[in-house]
Ligand binder design. Structure first.
Ligand SMILES: [Zn+2]
Length: 386
């Protein structure tokens, strides 16, 4: 007996994704480079097409658009002709995407399809996240004095909902690692001076000054706790800047143990892959830890998505796991993530039914929580009416 729990009627809330690029180019080199996190162009040029992920994406999208499988060029030209707005309209509807929580800092807002257009053509609810490190960098460029910077950060993170955001996203993992510490005032000031020296030389700053970044993050976390706002952390696999050694979710222990942050939900992104067991463990022991299971980044085969899903659902409470695509720039990722994510979750829940752990009604309810209701509650969106 193999039970599959069909969750296709449940609208997903994609609890972590990115903007769609306004211009959808048919350039094959750029297209392939999207599907690797390597800064080395060789990966995109020679190796991406030899991955299960890329093969699946191309097969699924070719079938959707009615183009013969393997006709890469024809597919890219077809989608360029359709354009971003039509692609979003067709793909979001097909995948039944009811809401998206968007890290609006990447791709840059001036290259992105207008969020008002996205909501208008898809009917999906839209929640924006403030990407902290990028905002900190802007403020460091603007402020010559440390005390003025601290005050500006404090103002920025206060009353966030009235500024149009539903939570924060931190990319500390791409900068100085997830072991976020408390620093003495003189250490934070010395790091600020070093950051300002970079601004004087280059006109900008990459916030790789750990005592400064950690200090500013704590200001944001105190504000998040006061407003009961979720903070998403990039964990594990991702950006070329990530040092995987310092981006395990276990590095966040000091934050989980901080009593003042208990009212701040911490969302561990990307299933924490390859640290998905560690992520599932944290979600099972810390009340404010939530595990995001993400289905287009990392770029995994279906079997590996199932492994991640088994670890997540096998350990963490269903009330602590949330679906995402981590789709970025092209709407096919948001679309395929929703379809594949539902399928992987339905497969793993079916295994639990077969093992006599859940009945079918419990499995359906678990699916509804993971795909929709947990995120609706956490970010303040409306639940699927089912
Ligand atoms: Zn992301």
């Amino acid at each position: 007996m193999t039970t599959f729990v069909d969750l296709s009627d449940i609208a997903v809330i994609d609890n972590h994704c990115h903007s769609i690029e306004a211009v959808q180019s048919s350039d094959l080199v750029a297209w392939r480079r999207r599907y690797t996190e390597s800064p080395d162009p060789t990966l995109g040029a020679l190796h991406v097409s030899h991955t299960a992920f890329y093969s699946r994406l191309m097969r699924r999208t070719a079938a959707f658009f009615g183009i013969a499988s393997g006709e890469e060029k024809a597919l890219l030209e077809h989608r360029e002709q359709l354009g971003a707005t039509e692609l979003v309209r067709a793909l979001f509807r097909d995948a039944r995407i009811g809401g998206i929580i968007v890290d609006i800092a990447y791709p840059a807002p001036d290259a992105a399809l207008d969020p008002a257009v996205v909501t208008e053509v898809t009917g999906a609810e839209y929640g924006a996240l403030m990407r902290l490190e990028i905002e900190f960098q802007h403020l460091i460029v603007l402020h010559h004095e440390f005390d003025a910077l601290v005050m500006a950060v404090g103002e920025m993170v206060t009353d966030l909902r009235s500024k149009g955001f539903v939570g924060f996203k931190s990319i500390a993992a791409y900068r100085t690692g997830l072991a976020i510490e408390r620093w003495d005032d003189h250490e934070a000031r010395a790091a600020f001076d070093a950051a300002r020296a970079e601004v004087q030389t280059t006109g900008a700053v990459r916030l790789g000054y750990k005592p400064l970044l950690d200090t500013l993050l704590h200001i944001a976390f105190e504000a998040a706790a006061a407003q009961a706002l979720p903070v998403q952390f990039h964990v594990g696999y991702g950006d070329p800047d990530v040092d995987l050694r310092t981006s395990s979710p276990l590095e966040l222990r000091a934050l989980f143990d901080e009593p003042a942050y208990r009212s701040m939900p911490i969302v561990l992104l990307h299933g924490c892959w390859p640290y998905f067991r560690e992520g599932a463990y944290l979600a099972s022991v810390y009340a404010n830890a939530y595990l995001d299971v993400s289905y287009t980044i990392p770029f995994l085969s279906r079997a590996e998505m199932i492994s991640m899903t088994r670890a997540a659902l096998g350990t963490a409470p269903f009330s602590k796991v949330m679906y995402s695509s981590d789709g970025v720039a092209i709407p096919e990722m948001h679309w395929m993530g929703a379809i594949e994510g539902r399928h992987a979750i339905g497969t793993v829940l079916g295994e639990m039914v077969d093992a006599g752990e859940l009945d079918e009604a419990q499995a359906r309810e678990a699916g509804r929580l993971i795909l929709n209701a947990n995120a609706a509650k956490l970010y303040g969106l409306s639940e699927d009416a089912q």
